[in-house]
Design a protein around this ligand. Structure first.
Ligand code: GDP
Ligand code: IMO
Ligand code: MG
Length: 421
């Protein structure tokens, strides 16, 4: 049985924490898209671990971790991550499985990403994600399986570099890259990656047949989805739940639960429309209490109120069967909490969530104001332990988005979780 964990906003909803919590009841955790643009934070026994590529189940010794075909893998980042985990005493040997079909991020992808960013102003992470997916869909990408054969790697690199060097030199006016140096560097990656590479599609299907419980871990969030998000201010993959099927090679019929993750407020890193963004002291307060700084780039995250129009859209597009509400504790200090329940342009109330940027830029949010609870959520483990006004907020989200909240996260630590029965 497969449970998909999907970010329901603009990323950084706490996917790392929730996957880590749920992994105690899982056999496999499998990442299905994105790359090292993701930063998933786990806090366990006082230690903070930030993962970019390795699935967030890795701290549980019994869990097997899969990096699926839909992920674009940066071997430099992967190697650093494995070394970081080993320095913490976490071994990935025999537990990490990398799809031979996954595409590899090359040095020119990062250079092109950074060069294009100067013109486009998306606010990308600069990790080469867009250019790597462009190559995948142009059918010139280099896959993990290509690393295993020197002749194939060299030939594909030569073809790619002829084009990329022309772009880098003539369009973006940066330095050329040297084929030999890249071949040497990536052949070396082969030596370290080899033991992890396998046919993960077959591995997952065998696991399904054996009755294993699989968590499919998304990166980013639905509103950053290249099809369903706030295009062009999106990432270049499909974080939405459908991406789990293509990104892992599992059928939709294997999926039983789709858990959407939403923060009790909103954040966004990078550019693009954000109707409930706060440019005032409350926005700063959310940023400082919620430590809203990018786990990958360190950039301050833009902060704003919870947006139930956007969340309702996300519930619909992903087919979310239940929500996990995270970072509820961050609101504890506020006397009044606002929640967006509709969009207006002038006197006209919009139906649904407009995904075209000019309209979304123009909307004015309509807010409901709720009294805060102004008390700590520490020690809460059941729904009834939560303050009345916190429960009212939860019930408002449930009734507006027509979905049940089954988990509430009240802090970054693994133990700070309320499970609703
Ligand atoms: P992800 O990308 O969705 O995995 O989220 P990030 O790790 O980028 O950002 C979430 C941040 O919030 C991390 O620093 C987490 O440690 C932290 N966090 C997760 N859940 C909670 C929570 O319920 N309360 C608080 N205060 N912090 C949380
Ligand atoms: P996790 O998995 C938040 C944003 C970037 C930028 C846009 C495109 O930690 O939630 P890209 O480098 O992907 O081409 O950048 O997407 N972005 C994220 N924002 N969390 C993430 O991942 C993100 N990954 C990419 O800031 O606006
Ligand atoms: Mg993150």
């Amino acid at each position: 049985m497969v449970t998909i964990i999907v970010g329901a906003q603009w990323g950084d909803e706490g996917k790392g924490k929730i996957v880590d919590v749920l992994a105690s009841q899982a056999d496999i955790v499998a990442r299905y898209q994105g790359g090292a643009n993701a930063g998933h934070t786990l806090v366990c026994e006082g230690k903070t671990v930030v993962l970019h590529l390795i699935p967030s189940g890795i701290l549980h010794e019994h869990v097997r971790c899969v990096i699926g075909n839909g992920v674009v893998i940066d071997p430099v980042a992967l190697r650093q991550e494995i070394a970081m985990l080993e320095s913490l005493g976490v071994s990935v040997r025999g537990r990490l499985f990398i799809s031979h079909k996954a595409h590899v991020i090359m040095p020119y992808h990062k250079l092109l990403d950074q060069a294009r960013e100067q013109q486009q102003g998306i606010g990308t992470t600069g990790r080469g994600i867009g250019p790597a997916y462009i190559d995948k869909y142009s059918r010139v990408g280099i896959r993990v399986v290509d690393l295993l054969d020197r002749a194939v790697l060299e030939e594909k690199l030569r073809i790619n570099l002829a084009e990329k060097n022309a772009l880098l030199e003539n369009i973006y006016h940066t330095d050329r890259l040297d084929v030999e140096a890249i071949v040497a560097e990536y052949l070396e990656f082969d030596r370290f990656i080899d033991e992890y590479v396998t046919d993960t599609t077959t591995l997952l299907h065998t696991a399904l047949r054996d009755g294993n419980r699989i968590l499919a871990e998304g990166a980013q969030g639905a509103l950053l989805d290249v099809d369903h998000g706030t295009y062009p201010f999106v990432t270049s993959s499909n974080p939405t739940s459908g991406g789990a099927c293509t990104g892992l090679g599992i059928p939709p019929t294997a999926v039983e639960r789709i858990i959407g993750l939403a923060k009790a407020y909103s954040t966004r890193v990078g550019n693009g429309p954000f109707p409930t963004e706060l440019h005032d002291a409350t926005g700063e307060l959310l940023r400082s209490i919620g430590s809203e700084y990018g786990a990958t780039t360190g950039r301050p995250r833009r902060c704003g109120w919870l947006d139930l129009v956007a969340l309702g859209y996300s519930v619909m597009v992903n087919g979310i069967t239940e929500l996990a509400l995270t970072k509820l504790d961050v609101l504890s200090a506020l006397p009044v909490i606002k929640v967006c329940i509709g969009y207006r342009i002038g006197s006209q109330r919009l139906k649904g969530f407009p995904v075209d940027t000019p309209t979304l830029m123009a909307v004015e949010p309509e807010y409901l104001e709720l009294p805060g609870w102004q008390s700590s959520l520490d020690g809460a483990s059941t729904f009834e332990d939560l303050p009345l006004n916190a429960r009212r907020l939860i019930e408002l989200i449930e009734s507006t988005c027509n979905v049940r909240i089954s988990l509430v996260s009240t802090g970054a630590q693994r133990e700070q979780i309320v499970r609703r029965t």
